[in-house]
Design a protein around this ligand. Structure first.
Ligand code: ADP
Length: 488
């Protein structure tokens, strides 16, 4: 907006008309005092100021305007009819004017001047605004950089305080921070600790995970650079996302060497103990069977019932020891699977008959689905072991209801057998653990006897057949355990 200041209404009128007809927004003041008041209140891009005015002349107005930060930048064009001498013109420029136009005025020239000064002022204001915005942005960035730096410092301090080796990598997978524990296993920030020649290569494994944007979890032995000894560590490297993109990776090596050693000693003990128990038990069984046969010759013998009970218990002990032996075979990679084309339906029927025979009349087993009455390659003894395990668990963990449904289903790729019971069920978040070694669901472990290794052996057997194993269950409603075998 342009402010015209003149004590002569006619001058104001004609100049106002001229500017408005050229699309300028115009405001007017008829005295220096009024002009000052308006300039402090409103925003003007140009002031056209008459020099000769009563009370406060144009020069005074210009000088006063230059004293206020709000108004000092407004360009002023002086108009004068009387003071046309050089000294007045100089005074005009000194008091803050950018032009001094003497009357009579050539409207065209004045208009051109107004346009030029107006545009100059608008441009300079726009530039000032841009500069202010830029300054604000730079300030904002500096502040957020400072906050980020302090957050990173805080994070690094936390990593330093960890008992594990901790490190971070940038989005290109290059190490950019390590804590002091790192230097027990590597002498350079850039070099990963040396892994045992028989273990996975960390860089290769990490590259695979980086490509897929997935976390890495690995058990590796790494070499302590002082002692030159390898120690087992659990390596975890997790991506930290910013939106869709990986911003950084956070990694830790946790020393699990002592744990590993204890686990190995326990496995060795189990293996030796089960082997040593097996031999005398086999003799006990043989002698007891002889005794049973002898006592059976005379049905009057009341001792027969005791011997039969002893044989039952020997059988239970035998199967416990066999399971323990299986576990140590799995640990040593010696659980051998002997696959031959067999009829799966026959094996299933055998398993069901064994269960019905050993569990009395209150157990009801229903069959659903098309029977797998065909030959496929599998280890008959081991698959029967899995079926018997599923079925005996279904009975064991359903004290109130001994109804079981066995469902069979075949498609072009695989055959699937599932065993459903209506027993105690398994809580949701514990289902994934039941196939782990020695895992027992806490809630039921006191009420039901067991060692928590049956399903672990089953899952190893199925894994070696390249099949899948799983469970779905509802607490208090029952469970369905299933496995699949590939057809070819
Ligand atoms: P065990 O029965 O000797 O404890 P398993 O390996 O066969 O060992 O089973 C592991 C655990 O899974 C069991 O302790 C039990 O808590 C749970 N489980 C297995 N089968 C069932 C089932 N049919 N219903 C409910 N819980 C089950």
């Amino acid at each position: 907006m342009v402010l015209i200041v003149d004590d002569n209404q006619n001058n104001i009128y004609s100049l106002k008309k001229l500017l408005e007809s050229n699309d300028f927004e115009v405001d007017t003041a008829i005295s220096g005092e009024e002009a000052l008041g308006k300039a402090l209140k409103n925003s003007y891009s140009l002031i056209v100021l008459d020099v000769q005015m009563p009370d406060m002349d144009g020069f005074e107005v210009a000088e006063t305007l230059s004293g206020y930060s709000k108004t000092k930048e407004i360009p002023i064009v002086f108009l004068s009819a009387v003071n046309t001498e050089k000294r007045f013109i100089t005074k005009g420029y000194k008091s803050g004017g950018i032009d001094y136009v003497t009357k009579p005025i050539d409207p065209e020239i004045l208009l051109l001047k107004v346009k030029t000064f107006y545009n100059l002022q608008e441009n300079s204001l726009a530039m000032k605004r841009t500069q202010q915005n830029l300054e604000l942005e730079v300030k904002g960035r500096r502040e957020s950089q400072a906050t980020m730096k302090s957050q990173i410092d805080h994070f690094h301090l936390m990593l330093q305080a960890l008992p594990q080796i901790a490190f971070t990598l940038n989005q290109d997978g290059e190490v950019d921070f390590v804590n002091c524990k790192w230097y027990q296993y590597s002498d350079s920030e850039q070099v990963f600790p040396e892994t045992h020649p028989d273990d996975h290569n960390i860089k290769q494994e990490f590259e695979e995970c980086r490509k897929r944007g997935k976390a890495l979890e690995l058990e590796v032995r790494i070499k302590n650079i002082k002692t030159n000894h390898y120690r087992y560590h659990l390596l975890r490297m997790s991506p930290v996302f910013e939106g869709e993109l990986i911003k950084t990776w956070v990694g830790t090596f946790t020393d699990i060497d002592d744990q590993k050693r204890i686990e190995k000693e326990k496995d060795e003990f189990l293996s030796i103990a089960s082997h040593e128990l097996k031999t005398p038990l086999t003799s006990i069984k043989a002698y007891t069977q002889l005794l049973e046969r002898k006592l059976k010759l005379n049905q009057e013998n009341s001792e027969l019932i005791y011997v039969e009970k002893t044989l039952d218990q020997i059988e239970k002990l035998n199967s416990l020891i066999t399971d323990l032996l299986d576990v140590s075979k799995i640990e040593n990679g010696k659980l051998k699977i002997n696959k031959k084309p067999e009829n799966l339906e026959n094996v299933l029927q055998n398993a069901i008959e064994t269960i019905l025979h050993t569990n009395g009349a209150d157990v009801k087993i229903e069959r659903h689905g098309v029977k797998p009455d065909f030959l496929i390659p599998f280890d008959k003894i081991r698959i029967e072991q899995v079926l018997i395990n599923f079925l005996s668990n279904a009975i064991k963990y359903s004290p109130e209801n001994h109804q079981i449904i066995v469902t069979t289903f075949t498609d072009e790729k695989e055959v699937r057998i599932s065993v459903t019971d209506f027993g105690i069920g398994i809580p949701d978040f514990k289902q994934e653990y039941v196939f782990q070694k020695f895992y027992r669901v806490e809630e039921s472990s006191l009420q039901f006897q067991g060692m928590g290794i049956g399903l672990y052996i089953c899952s190893e057997i199925i894994k070696q057949h390249h099949g899948t194993i799983g469970v779905s269950s509802e607490l208090g409603e029952g469970s369905t355990f299933y496995f699949t075998l590939p057809l070819n």
